[in-house]
Design a binder for this molecule. Structure first.
Ligand SMILES: *[C@@H]1O[C@H](CO)[C@@H](O)[C@H](O)[C@H]1NC(C)=O
Ligand SMILES: *[C@@H]1O[C@H](CO)[C@@H](O)[C@H](O)[C@H]1NC(C)=O
Ligand SMILES: *[C@@H]1O[C@H](CO)[C@@H](O)[C@H](O)[C@H]1NC(C)=O
Ligand SMILES: *[C@@H]1O[C@H](CO)[C@@H](O)[C@H](O)[C@H]1NC(C)=O
Length: 401
């Protein structure tokens, strides 16, 4: 924090110094000759010393720069200091190859109001894979009562808070406090260098495949599974506020379910971001300027699509049923839980996005995994607690590939 501040100051000082420097009172022709000379020297230099770094590639060349590790696309307008800092940090993190941990683990991040109804099911899922996962629980309303040893002692307490929100955490659906809770979970999970993938789950989520399948699905790919699509209707781009300009333009605005699985690189970038986060904290909230914007549905899809579009799969690995077109997705009851129903969920291989535009367009597409068509979903929501018994009965059958 301190170093960034100091560095920022230096850039500002530099700009102020160069701006306030006394201009020599040259007559116009001399001034133009000097300028033209500089431009010529610049062009000759660029020609004689061809660019060798990605930065130079962007400054000097109109040629294809994709050689340089697919850097984020930079806007052509002049960037503010904060944006420059942000771009530099993001680009460096994206360039860093993933750490090859000997004992790579998946971090399961549970975001819940209180007690988790499906701990017994998750315990079945985790059993036998002890060194390949870690569990973190963020409970926002009441202290959870744990029944499985995989969850005991894994609560994140608000007093241990790492991030800016040192007040007691009140997680309100749709507000930035939801994003804050996600960031806290990520921060705690990043402390363990073995964690390579970070999956966000809710209290109503259940696993759809066995551990081995989930582990390979998430570990053997280079993308993060962030849900991301364009919805030009009132529940999509209609929530955008011009106040997000210039950093976030209207055509950058994306929507997606908050239930992500992100790779470590992206988790670190989310920790490092304050510029875009602040835009959403200030200008994407319920009941603002006659709109209801929900930061948890827009911040990550918009941000990650802007900085690393090829690095996200644009779909979530958590199934949810929006087909009823209601305000909330369908919640499953005990009578819904049959082997056939669960098997159906595990085999869906097309993703569906419902938009809110007047035509109610539905965007569908195949679920690709490393260029192959594969089942879309590893987890599913929303299940009532009463479904536990039947899920337990069917678990070993429906998760068998
Ligand atoms: C992931 O990236 C690494 C290095 O960037 C590459 O060697 C590997 O083949 C990629 N894996 C997949 C599945 O694309
Ligand atoms: C996700 O969508 C963006 C465009 O919004 C696209 O550039 C990118 O290739 C997509 N990602 C994948 C993995 O297909
Ligand atoms: C499973 O999928 C098949 C084919 O899509 C469908 O006909 C059937 O009704 C589904 N069953 C359940 C229980 O969802
Ligand atoms: C699970 O599968 C086995 C073998 O196919 C079968 O005998 C058993 O009845 C199934 N269990 C349930 C609960 O469907």
């Amino acid at each position: 924090m301190k170093t960034t501040g100091a560095w920022k100051l230096n850039v500002k000082d530099f700009l102020i110094m160069s701006g306030s420097r006394q201009r020599p009172h040259l007559k116009r022709p001399v001034w133009i000759i000097v300028l033209v000379t500089f431009v010529i020297i610049f062009l000759i230099t660029a020609y004689v010393y061809p660019p060798t770094s990605s930065a130079a590639c962007y400054i000097f060349s109109s040629r294809d720069c994709t050689l340089y590790n697919q850097p984020p696309t930079f806007p052509s307008r002049e960037l503010s200091d904060d944006e420059t800092i942000s771009q530099v940090v993001i680009r460096e993190i994206l360039k860093t190859p993933p750490i090859q941990s000997k004992n790579s683990k998946i971090a399961f991040l549970f975001l819940t109001p209180g007690t988790l109804p499906f701990e017994a099911l998750w315990a079945k899922f985790f059993h036998g894979h002890e060194d390949r996962f870690s569990v973190y629980v963020h409970a926002s309303r009441e202290k959870p009562v744990h029944t499985s040893h995989y969850f005991m002692g894994r609560d994140i307490h608000s007093e241990k808070c790492l991030l800016r929100s040192s007040y007691k955490m009140q997680v309100v659906w749709g507000k930035i406090s939801m994003v804050d809770a996600e960031r806290r979970l990520l921060a705690h999970a990043l402390l363990d260098p073995d964690n390579q993938q970070f999956v966000l789950l809710s209290d109503s989520c259940v696993p759809l495949h066995n551990f081995e399948y989930v582990y390979n699905y998430l570990m053997l790919t280079n993308v993060s599974f962030i849900d991301c699509f364009v919805d030009l209707g009132p529940h999509g781009t209609g929530r955008y506020s011009e106040h997000m300009m210039p950093e976030v333009e209207k055509n950058n605005f994306r929507k997606g379910s908050q239930w992500f699985s992100v790779k470590r690189q992206h988790a670190v970038i989310v920790m490092a971001d304050s510029l875009y986060y602040t835009k959403f904290r200030l200008y994407c909230k319920p009941n603002m300027d006659g709109r209801n914007c929900y930061a948890d549905e827009h911040y990550l899809p918009t941000f990650l699509n802007m900085i690393d579009p090829g690095g996200i799969a644009n779909r979530s690995v958590t199934y949810v049923d929006w087909s009823e077109g209601k305000w909330h997705p369908r919640s499953f009851r005990a009578q819904d839980i049959t082997f056939e129903f669960l098997k159906n969920l595990t085999s869906i291989d097309n993703s569906v996005h419902f938009t809110s535009d007047p035509k109610r367009r539905v965007i569908t597409g195949p679920c690709m995994w490393n260029t192959m068509k594969r089942p879309c979903y590893l987890f599913a929501r929303k299940f009532f607690p009463e479904t536990l018994d039947r899920l337990m009965i069917h678990f070993s059958n429906y998760t068998t590939v």
